[in-house]
Write a protein that binds this ligand. Sequence first.
Ligand code: NAD
Ligand code: AHE
Ligand code: ZN
Length: 370
Amino acid sequence: MRTRAAVALEAGKPLEIMEVNLEGPRAGEVLVEIKATGLCHTDEFTRSGDDPEGIFPAILGHEGAGVVIEVGDGVTSLEPGDHVIPLYTPECRECEYCLNPKTNLCQSIRSTQGQGLLPDGSTRFSMLDGTPIHHYMGCSTFANHTVVPEIALAKVRKDAPFDKICYIGCGVTTGIGAVINTAKVEIGSRAIVFGLGGIGLNVIQGLRMAGADQIVGVDLNDGKATMAKRFGMTDFVNPSKVEGDIVAHLVELTRGGADYTFDATGNVKVMRAALEAAHKGWGESIIIGVAPAGAEISTRPFQLVTGRVWRGTAFGGASGRTDVPKIVDWYMDGKIEIDPMITHKLPLEEINHGFDLMHEGKSIRAVVEF
Ligand code: NAD
Ligand code: AHE
Ligand code: ZN
């Protein structure tokens, strides 16, 4: 079949909207009609050329929701008409990683996924001249139709709106999951969140759910404070307006350092500040942001010797096929909010404008609706 997609032809270039060929699902695969997709900063990270795993041409996008159109041989858990959210962290429920409760990082298809291929080592997308187009994070949601392995699809209830629940495919789950699954924040905690974008706001929302007493938000853009307050931020700090050392300022504000700090910027200098603003003896700092090729984190080992803990999280530690349908229920039951964070809706033709809004700091989530 043919479908419409935004294709990343080369690193650093705007996406190009075009018709592409899409082969039907092979064994263990599912054809999905994407109804809506969010634009996450990780898509921009790869589009820009910063991602060491970036491969071009590719169809980016990993924050989508849609409907199953066709299933390949051997697919048993899904049927046409089911509503699904593609998962860049699949859940095969059989590999060594899925069987270990300490991780959500299913590795059953990780090597082909990282090469922009489906598990049999080929692509289903191609240009009209036959040139193969790579998949991205196993999802490729910047296409009206995509083919995804069965183990990388969460089946969700049919009454949930696609233009909101697509965000559960990354941002919502990553932010809330970082608090609940990774940090396991306790009631009464003090926390600092660096970066109040699409991920950081969901960390704040998760901290409020977990019963944190103090939730400090840190961002260079004052414009992000209003929304963060609405989601539970108690104190706002713009580092460019702090005289002197930002770490010392945050340690004083949290009376000795925070129990938990979160980086949602992807900046390695911020990651260091986040670690060092964690409380001596027990503070934990969770890295969520992804950093460009070649970037490295550093601190004095003494920071860890004296009890601070440095950790990271992917997809908020969530096991997608199990956890994502529950998070959709939380949204439908009013336990979490999504709507105010979706600040812009765009047609596919305007997807590059969505990335402009991200760079200008004007959007939280721009969502493309097909
Ligand atoms: P975003 O662009 O919406 O938000 C980033 C925010 O950080 C912005 O508000 C920006 O003003 C702020 N910021 C940038 N530099 C800063 C600095 N030096 N100090 C303070 N604030 C600063 O991006 P997003 O979609 O929220 O993604 C955030 C990061 O999380 C990205 O690196 C993204 O790739 C990563 N991410 C990781 C996972 C994961 O599973 N680990 C999942 C999703 C996104
Ligand atoms: N390809 C990058 C790493 C990118 C990265 O860390 N991705 C996160 C998800 S970001 C979603 O917005 C992740 O899940 N990582 C685990 C994995 O296995 O990819 C690089 O630096 O090579
Ligand atoms: Zn993402």
